[in-house]
Design a protein around this ligand. Structure first.
Ligand code: GLY
Length: 370
């Protein structure tokens, strides 16, 4: 059996391992069995781009005596819909999956969210195993039990993650070999979340990533494995303290309120990670003006982001007024009041309410909004 590192996530509702190790994709079924889950059938839900890996996972469940089916889904934000959920459940019913079955999600964040929510609700809930295949999903989305689909509002706009649940998986298996074919832009998208984690809880990680930028960008599996372990530890500790985002888990939104506004206006021209990268720089500038955060923090964040090829300014022209409006509507939908995650120092990030709009405008201007 290949060597792997286990990080245990302990939340109020569950405890489970996140395994990180090369070759784990061939060990998922065995590791599930070792944890006392012995499904009669495995519904392996996957992004079609990683169907070969999903077939390997399915074969291993069959080798353990389970029935297995591979169910590809459309891995786009638009595909994370109620229709896709209904279609997936129809296919699980047709495949004879019942309460003795387990869902195994093989893919990025969209597949994990959709399959996780299907598992949480199918026949009132069956176990779910996450096998993330993107860096972003390994270090963030697959850990912590957030599952959801988007809902289209009556006016045609998208209410992101409007229907979902906190449902912790039984196991998360991260195989860095699966990242070998991840497009460079997607790899960098995950790196933005690692930089975010560094600012929140692991300042030394900024230098760690900067020094290892070459092997990281060359998809070196050992370096990526170390990176995943480091970031899963941070995520595990935060979701362990606050499973349902009643408190500290909100710090994981660092850079995201800015980032969501960018995504809303850039219409697919930036990846989520690119938007979060620019948003994290803006948040650092906000920290300098409202919390006395040293300018060196923004400098260090910019250095690391630039070293791995992430933007530190808006790469497309977006009007400041429209960004402010998008931010206000995102915040209104989220919490009913303006709350922003603000760095006070590296490793000290806090949620602020009532940040003066002129300070937010200055932060936008610092990343090139005009
Ligand atoms: N991705 C943020 C969270 O899991 O809370």
């Amino acid at each position: 059996m290949p060597q792997s590192t286990a990080i245990t996530v302990r939340t109020a509702s569950a405890a489970y391992d996140v395994l990180v190790g090369r070759g784990l994709v061939r060990q998922v079924a065995v590791q599930v069995h070792l944890r006392g889950v012995r499904p009669a059938a495995a519904a392996v839900v996957c992004d079609s781009a990683v169907e070969p890996a999903a077939r390997v996972v399915a074969q291993e469940f069959e080798a353990q005596g389970a029935r297995a089916c591979v169910l590809p889904v459309r891995a786009s934000e638009a595909g994370k819909s109620l229709e896709a959920l209904g279609d997936l459940c129809d296919r699980m019913l047709a495949a004879g999956i019942d309460r003795a079955g387990t869902v195994v999600a093989v893919g990025g964040g969209v597949v994990g969210d959709l399959a996780g929510f299907a598992a949480a609700t199918y026949m009132r809930g069956i176990p779910c195993v996450q096998v993330p295949t993107t860096l972003l999903a390994m270090v963030d989305a697959a850990v912590g039990g957030k599952t959801a689909v988007n809902v289209v509002r009556a006016d045609g706009s998208l209410a992101k993650n409007a229907l979902g649940s906190f449902a912790q998986p039984r196991l998360v298996a991260c195989d860095p070999d699966l990242l070998a074919t991840l497009p460079a832009r997607e790899l960098r998208s995950g790196l933005a979340e690692c930089v975010k984690h560094a600012v929140i809880a692991d300042p030394a990680q900024l230098g760690w990533i900067t020094e290892r930028a070459d092997p990281i960008l060359a998809h070196d599996p050992d370096t990526l494995g170390e990176l995943v372990v480091r970031n899963v530890r941070i995520k595990a500790s935060i979701v362990g303290a606050d499973e349902r985002e009643d408190g500290v888990r909100a710090v994981l939104n660092l850079g995201h309120t800015f980032g969501h506004a960018i995504e809303a206006l850039a219409h697919g021209q930036l990846t989520h990670g690119e938007a979060v990268a620019v948003g994290t720089v803006a948040a650092c500038r906000l920290g300098a003006s409202v919390a006395g955060c040293a300018g060196a923090v923004e400098d260090a964040v910019r250095t690391t982001l630039a070293r791995v090829g992430l933007p530190v300014r808006l790469p497309v022209a977006l009007p400041l007024g429209a960004l402010m409006d998008a931010m206000a509507s995102d915040k209104k939908r989220r919490a009913g009041e303006a709350r922003l995650v603000v760095p006070h120092a590296l490793g000290d990030v806090r949620v602020h309410a009532g940040v003066p709009p002129e300070r937010v405008r200055e932060a936008w201007a610092a990343v090139g909004a005009a």
